[in-house]
Design a protein around this ligand. Structure first.
Ligand SMILES: [Zn+2]
Length: 100
């Protein structure tokens, strides 16, 4: 929220797009609820929150395979659990739409 108002100042915001990796541990509904609470009385009040949830990617340190991680179960097909998370933990503001 601070990240947005730092750039948009007091301009009213219609919607905020967030990019939240599937492994970021963020539940969109819970986030939406918090967002409503913390934005009450600010230029962000009433803004819609939109989520983009890219899949995670992991690489097995044992066999070198790269694969999609749909959740935090880090297990390679080869049976190894020594998996490095390459992507999916990001949490970023992807877009902001100002009311005109
Ligand atoms: Zn493997």
């Amino acid at each position: 929220m601070d990240a947005v108002t730092e750039r948009t100042g007091s301009a009213p915001v219609t919607s905020v797009g967030l990019r939240v990796g599937r492994l970021a541990g963020v539940v969109p509904d819970a986030m939406r609820f918090c967002f409503e609470l913390v934005t009450a009385g600010t230029p962000l009040e009433g803004a819609a929150l939109e989520f983009e949830q890219p899949d995670g990617r992991g690489r097995c340190r044992s066999c070198g395979a790269e694969f999609v991680l749909a959740d935090l179960i880090l297990l390679c097909e080869c049976g190894s659990a020594d998996v490095e998370v390459l992507a999916g933990r990001e949490l970023a503001v992807a877009s902001v739409v100002l009311r005109s």
